[in-house]
Ligand binder design. Structure first.
Ligand SMILES: C[S@@+](CC[C@H](N)C(=O)[O-])C[C@H]1O[C@@H](n2cnc3c(N)ncnc32)[C@H](O)[C@@H]1O
Length: 258
């Protein structure tokens, strides 16, 4: 896990101009390219898989706006833990709300696309880029010896928020009437919540996700906000806004004194 400057685009990174260049399974997504990234024609790069999971720009901007309202002002850092090709990180940086935006992505080609795309939007230098596994990173931040992390990877978790748009484990989410978040692959809701619970965290989930499973995560007596995000009249996804668990700060205090 390391902070990286400009990674090179690879043969897995594409900017397709004509439909004849686009594999058949991606053509319907490519038709929506200008909704996904309004600057697509300026030279946006994508990997094959990124077309399935990228957050469309209007949704990314609305989430960035909503986070500004929902999250308290003393939170100054946001970590986009599944950065993909950068749509959410770019929106967070453009919002001007955060002192620090950190983008974590485990696939080098995908992260190279994100850095390139952020440069098209003029915000590549406003984002810290980490190549690696976000669970390892969060484990290190949550542990008592987070000082073992490189100085440029350290953050104060009391003033940090996590945003996560994980893979949704294949197309099953489209057909299931109610999507079971306990079977989501490769990371289920419990795994993510366990890792991020010390901080306020917002999770970008399939639109039919089981609300009862999300409700189980509500700290006693508190409410959870869940918002459906729509493009052209159809919901694309929901975001569950979850506050840090009560007592997490105490736990963190204990860890840092240990
Ligand atoms: C649904 S996509 C994210 C899309 C992103 N919001 C965007 O707009 O481009 C999920 C991304 O998470 C990455 N990923 C999967 N597991 C990860 C992990 N453990 N740590 C960091 N990144 C991971 C995948 O490589 C993929 O690019």
């Amino acid at each position: 896990m390391k902070q990286v400057q400009e990674l090179p685009l690879t043969e897995n990174c594409h900017h397709w101009r004509k439909i004849s260049e686009v594999p058949w399974d991606l053509q319907k997504y490519w038709q929506q390219r200008h909704t996904i990234f309004s600057y697509y024609n300026e030279g946006i790069y994508m990997t094959h898989d990124a077309w399935y999971g990228v957050t469309p720009e209007p949704v990314a901007n609305q989430i960035a706006h909503d986070l500004s309202l929902i999250i308290s002002e003393d939170k100054t850092t946001i970590i986009d833990v599944f950065a993909g090709v950068g749509a959410n990180s770019i929106a967070f940086a453009l919002s001007g709300r955060w002192e620090r935006v950190i983008a974590v992505e485990k696939d080098a080609a995908t992260l190279a696309c994100a850095q390139h795309n952020a440069s098209i939007y003029g915000v590549a230098n406003s984002i810290s880029w980490i190549l690696g596994d976000n669970f390892e990173y969060l484990d290190a931040l949550n542990s008592s010896d987070s000082s073992s992390l490189e100085p440029d990877l350290q953050v104060n978790i009391k003033s940090t928020v996590v945003f996560g748009s994980p893979p949704w484990g294949g197309p099953g989410y489209r057909t299931d009437e109610v999507f079971d978040l306990s079977t989501m692959e490769p990371y289920n809701l419990t795994k993510m919540h366990e890792s991020y619970r010390m901080m306020d965290h917002a999770l970008y989930l399939p639109r039919t996700s089981d609300l009862r499973q999300i409700a189980h995560l509500a700290p006693e007596g508190s409410k959870i906000e869940v918002v459906q995000y729509c493009v052209e009249g159809a919901s694309k996804a929901m975001v569950a806004y979850l506050l840090a668990e009560k007592g997490a700060e105490v736990e963190e205090e204990k860890n840092s004194n240990a």
